[in-house]
Design a protein around this ligand. Sequence first.
Ligand code: A2P
Length: 341
Amino acid sequence: MKHRQYHVAIVGATGAVGIEMIATLEKRRFPVGKLTLLASARSAGKALKFRGRPVVVRELTKDAFIGVDIALFSAGGSISKEYAPAAVDAGAVVVDNSSAFRMDPSVPLVVPEINAADVRHHGGIIANPNCTTAITLMALHPLHRAFGVTRIFASSYQAVSGTGAKAIEELERQVSQTVRGKPITKEVYPHQIAFNVLPHVDSFLPDGYTNEEMKMQNEGRKIMGLPAFRASVTCVRVPVFRAHSIAVSAEFKKPVSVSAALKVLKRAPGLDVVDAPSSARYPMPLNVAGKYNCEVGRLRMDCAMKNGLCFWVAGDQLLKGAALNAVQIAEVLAGRWKNRT
Ligand code: A2P
C-alpha cells in the first residue's frame, strides 16, 4: 500500500491516545492527504487541530470508513471488535491499539524496532502491543538478541493516563481534594489513587495474576518469536500522570555482563541509556513524558540469579506504548519506516 498521500482515520480521536495520534502524525510528517476523526456521538461536532487547522470530529459509524486507507483505532476493545471489520471491508488497513486482536494468530503484533517484517503478513488488521510490554521489550529484545532471554521477573509502575482521560481527571481531583482536606471521590479506580499505589491493573484471572500482567508473557512471546519466554509480572498503578516504568530482572542463556549489556543497549534503536547512578541519573517518568525514545538504566548483575541482569526501563506509554508505535506501523505500511525515532 504505497501511495503518495493517505486518507487516515483515527477512531477514539478525542481520547488520551487519539490526541497523541493526531500530534504524532503531524510531528513525524506522515503523508496525510485527508484526516477523518471519529469518536462517540458525545464528541461529534467538536473540532481538533491538525497542522494548525480545525478538523471536525464525526460520530463513529460503520460507513465512516469509505475511502480510508489507514484506520488507527484507540477506543477500547469492544469498539475495535465491532468496527474494525467494517473498516477492513471498506478497504482500510486497521492498526488497532486495543487487546481485541493481539493474540489472534492471523493478526501481526508489531513493535517496528523488533519485528517490522511481520507487518507484511497482515490480513487487514495489525495490532499494537500492550504499553508496558512494548516499553519493556524496547530494552529486553536487544539484550535477548545478544544473550538469549529465558525468563524475567518484573514490576511495573504505571501512569494513570494509561487508563484514559477520565483517570487523569481523577488523579487531579483527588490531589486537590486531599490538599484541601475534602472527602475523596472515586469514579475510575476502586481505591484512591492520589498518594497511593494500587497493585491492580486490569481484571484478575483465576490464578491470581491480572490480564495486564500476563500480556508481558503472551505478547512478548509473539513479538519476539520466542514461545518459551516466561514472565512473572506484578503491575502497579502509581499516581504519575504520564509514562510507565518497569523494574526487570532477566535471566539469559549466555553469560551476560553489565559492560556487554550497556554496549548492546547503546546501539538499540528507540532507546537511550541513562545510567549514571552516582550522579543520580537514571530513567524517570517525568523525563520520558512526551519523548519518543524509551530510557534504560540502573543496570546491575542480578545477585539472586545466574546469568541474570537487572535494569529499569521507562517510556511514554501514550507514545511508544500506543500512538507513536501505531504511527510507526503506518510508516512501515507506507514504506517510510527507517528504524529511527
Ligand atoms: P468520546 O470522547 O466521544 O467519549 P480515553 O481512553 O482517553 O477514555 O478515550 C476513549 C476514546 O474512545 C475517546 O475518543 C472516546 O470518545 C472514544 N469512544 C468511547 N466510546 C465510544 C463509542 N461508543 N463510539 C465511538 N467512540 C467511543
